[in-house]
Design a protein. Structure first.
Length: 401
């Protein structure tokens, strides 16, 4: 594809991303329309960003209204869109305060800084995350991950940052002590193949926090904002309230926006000047975000739960028809993973030919992150396309043998 790019297009560093061979003209609802007249069913939603799909009229109205008032003031000013969005976030969680950022990586980086400041007065420095986790591409985030592709040649990384085996209670018990400052957890790992923390693992994490007094950071950047059928993925677990929650992706309705949510025990850690951002909490993004939260609360997260159950049922049925291909079905709500017995890129590429967009995570997992607005018909359309792809593959293999 590189040889076909114009000189103007070559100014963009295309090689960093695996881009799809689709030139987009417009997008609406759950569909992406290309310049060659094709339309694609989008089961990726901008990597869990477009929670309400594309061109949602309420989101567009909120954006246009705010743009005509002002677009940017900086955080030297009190701003109604920020306040309203923060109020809604605290209303929908048990958390007390909100700090707005621009992205997930920035939210997670801020959470590490907050935890470090909290730990500095208590003699606690060690921070832990888990294998398969993904928290962004900044140095703090990379220091808390075990993904060689993202880290190779990029070091040295931050001290006192460690990665433990995911869902391994014995390893957790062996590592955590009075020097532990914070533990970061994705309850549903996106990049990790839609792997889910067990209730037993979370129970142990809570018990250890009670014993050793550390902070739990819940990374809800991909799994939050109604995607799993509850407002946050940690809400699927009994008696679990994190101390810090990081958000981004779906919160902005398609615009760049992130947030850090604070439990009351850490609201007084930062003082003026400890942290800051120029664009974080941009008024236009916050105006869009408020609409997203209202729609998620009113119906979209319930839809994610209902249609997510239907999607899981259809996928399990499909796994029964193709046992040599499908090893496992994972996920909650509209965050689903199809674990294959081979490299998933083959299937994702074939689905694109059937005008369905999804992607690969953890090598062998087809990741599904459709807009929360999808219905039964879109699930059936996806299942039909995947069934065709798997049948064609089986036929090809029989022919070759």
């Amino acid at each position: 594809m590189e040889s076909n790019l114009s000189e103007r297009e070559k100014a963009v560093m295309y090689g960093i991303y695996k881009r799809l061979p689709v030139i987009v003209e417009r997008a609406e609802g759950c569909r992406i329309y290309s310049t060659d007249g094709e339309n694609y069913l989008d089961f990726l939603s901008g990597i869990a960003v477009n929670a309400l799909g594309y061109a949602n009229p309420k989101v567009l109205h909120a954006i246009e209204y705010q743009i005509r008032r002002y677009m940017h003031l900086s955080n030297y000013f009190y701003q109604e869109p920020q306040i309203a969005l923060a109020e809604k976030l605290t209303e929908l969680t048990t958390l007390s305060k909100v700090y707005f950022s621009n992205s997930g990586a920035e939210s997670f980086e801020g959470a590490l800084k907050l935890a470090a400041k909290w730990g500095s007065t208590r003699g606690k420095k060690n921070m832990y995350a888990f294998s398969g986790g993904f928290h962004g591409r900044t140095y703090g985030s990379l220091s808390m991950m075990d993904k060689p592709l993202y880290k190779e040649g990029m070091g040295p990384f931050l001290d006192n940052k460690f990665v433990l085996p995911f869902n391994d209670i014995d390893a957790l018990r062996a590592a955590i002590d009075e020097n532990t400052c914070a533990i970061a957890l994705e309850c549903v790992q996106g990049e990790g193949g839609i792997s889910m923390a067990s209730q037993e693992f979370v129970n142990e994490l809570i018990a250890l926090r009670h014993r050793f007094d550390f902070l739990i950071i819940a990374d809800e950047i991909q799994g939050g904002i109604g995607r799993t059928g509850k407002f946050m993925s940690y809400m699927h677990y009994n008696n679990f309230t994190p101390d810090i929650v990081t958000l981004a992706k779906g919160i902005g309705g398609g615009l760049p926006l992130g947030a850090i949510l604070f439990h009351e025990r850490v609201t007084d850690v930062w003082v003026r000047g400890n942290h800051g951002t120029t664009f974080g909490g941009n008024a236009v993004s916050c105006a869009a975000g408020l609409v997203v939260l209202q729609e998620v609360e009113e119906w979209a997260q319930d839809n994610a739960a209902t249609i997510g159950d239907y999607l899981q049922l259809r996928l399990i049925e499909l796994a029964g028809s193709f046992p040599a291909d499908i090893v496992e079905i994972r996920g909650r709500g509209l965050m689903a993973g199809i674990v294959l017995s081979y490299d998933a890129q083959e299937i994702v590429d074939a689905l694109l030919q059937e005008k369905v967009i999804c992607n690969v995570t953890a090598g062998s997992v087809v990741r599904l992150l459709p807009p929360l607005i999808i219905g039964v018909s879109e699930v059936d359309e996806f299942i039909h396309a995947l069934t065709k792809v798997l049948r064609n593959r089986a036929t090809d293999q029989q022919t070759q043998s």
